[in-house]
Design a protein. Structure first.
Length: 471
């Protein structure tokens, strides 16, 4: 980019002679006889010349006017001049003495007093762009093209469904430009993607994919924002949670494709553009095994709860071998049976074929405990130490005769003392050689870091329970 000033000063420097004397410098001022005016927006530039040896393009290029151009077979094409810039929706033209120029800057004739005005014009021919749909506001689709927000009225398009994040190709021309906002009128509008819809409860997710993708339906879901949990099996991934739906003791997850049950897994399913995959939570229709805690015993029903949900067992549905008076709130039980699918209660009705206390009688089962686990433990008191600040500490052995030292060395947390306490609050009156059943939690005593199996008096919901030890 050359820069030329309207007045050129020629400075001639004197040379130092052999005698060491320096001649004085002289300055000659060049005065232009002729001028042309260049108008760009609100700015007017006067460019002087004496002879028309240079083209108008050369005069501008040699001035202090900001100029950028592209070389073409027809000569230089101005892409930027002053404050005007050619872009996706603008082109630059110029007039000579208020009439559109009939030749380019490198060939147009000019003379003293001519006025050349540059104009920034909106593109009026069809152009084709490819862009991603950023948002939908009412009837307006918003795209980002260059430095512009391009708006298209969707009512003018032959489509009813549009997807944010989808890649589209559009052909048309701008109808208006305000600041950096372009209203674009299209003659052709094409989606460069396909999609499947995933319905989970009341939520619908549109998953977009490139035409010809080799991704499975499972991979499309796994790559999306949908919450997904699964386990890997020999038959492929088995989904245990998707969105708000979760597999549990009483439910399993199924899916349908276009309202028909799928005949293959998500990792092998054939899908097509527009397919709808619907996930549902189904009640188990087979006999299930459940480990749960009793949280309430009423006259007609018993309420159990496990880690996932509460459920009801009607007293009349209890096995004949079960006596309600023997059941204890806060204790854990193993149940086997069927879900009553016709029950209208908000929580599940369960009909057990067997119900028994989930009690640890073989202390080797304690080896599998993690800190924080709660167990129902059958133990025989062999010695009592009541001097502990934590309450009564008992030494117990089970029917296999394992001592607390042997037990502690095999449990998940390494004991610094090489034995484990069975800690009972001091207001419990236990008898040596008596066998009890109690609700215990495996915990680490701070700050001494000694592992303990401590009597635990809170239910699964954190509420105080009455019976924690029974004979």
């Amino acid at each position: 980019m050359k820069k030329v000033f309207l007045m050129l000063f020629l400075i001639v420097f004197g040379m130092v002679g052999c005698n060491g004397q320096e001649t004085e410098a002289t300055t000659t001022e060049v005065v232009y006889e002729n001028y042309v005016s260049i108008v760009i927006g609100d700015d007017t530039h006067s460019l002087g010349f004496n002879h028309q040896d240079d083209t108008l393009f050369d005069l501008i290029q040699s001035s202090n006017i900001n100029l950028d151009f592209e070389d073409t077979e027809y000569g230089p094409m101005v892409s930027e001049i002053g404050e005007y810039q050619q872009d996706e929706f603008h082109w630059i033209s110029f007039t000579k003495n208020s009439e559109y120029a009939e030749s380019g800057l490198d060939s147009i004739e000019y003379q003293d007093g001519d006025v050349f005005q540059f104009l920034e014009n909106m593109s009026t021919w069809d152009q084709t762009f490819t862009a991603e749909l950023n948002s939908i506001d009412g009837d307006l689709l918003s795209f980002e093209i260059g430095n512009y927000e391009v708006l298209i009225n969707k009512t003018t398009l032959n489509s009813e469904e549009f997807y944010v994040g989808g890649n589209y190709t559009m052909t048309g021309q701008p109808s208006s430009i305000t600041n950096n906002e372009v209203i674009f009128t299209v003659s052709d509008f094409t989606a460069n993607f396909e999609h499947i819809s995933i319905i989970i409860g009341d939520n619908t997710y549109d998953l977009l994919y490139e035409v010809g993708t080799d991704k499975s339906a499972f991979e499309l879901i796994d790559d999306s924002d949908i919450e997904l949990e699964y386990i890997t099996t020999q038959y492929g991934p088995m989904i245990t949670r998707i969105g708000d739906l979760q597999q549990d003791d009483f439910h399993w997850l199924s899916f349908m494709v276009n309202d028909e049950f799928a005949s293959s897994g998500l990792d092998t399913l054939e899908y097509h553009d527009g397919d709808v995959i619907t996930f549902t939570e189904e009640i188990a229709t087979w006999e299930v095994n459940v480990k749960a805690e009793i949280i309430e015993i009423n006259q007609d029903e018993i309420i159990f709860q496990n880690e996932n949900q509460a459920f009801i067992v009607e007293v009349i549905d209890l096995p004949e071998t079960v006596v309600v008076g023997d059941l204890v709130v806060g204790f854990l039980y193993n149940l086997t049976g069927l879900v009553d699918a016709e029950a209208s209660n908000e929580i599940i009705n369960f009909i057990p074929s067997s119900l028994e206390l989930n009690v640890v009688t073989d202390f080797t089962s304690l080896y599998e405990l993690e800190v924080g686990d709660v167990v129902i433990l059958q133990f025989t008191v062999t010695y009592i130490e009541d001097s502990s600040e934590f309450g009564i500490e008992i030494y117990a052995e089970d029917i296999n005769g394992l001592s607390s030292t042997e037990i502690s060395s095999s449990m998940s947390y390494s004991s610094a003392t090489n034995y484990i306490f069975y800690t009972i609050p001091s207001d419990y009156d236990l008898v040596v050689n008596q066998t009890y059943i109690g609700r215990f939690i495996y915990q680490i005593n701070e700050p001494s870091q000694i592992p303990q199996i401590t009597l635990y008096e809170q239910s699964i919901n954190g509420e105080e329970i009455d019976s924690v030890i029974v004979e």
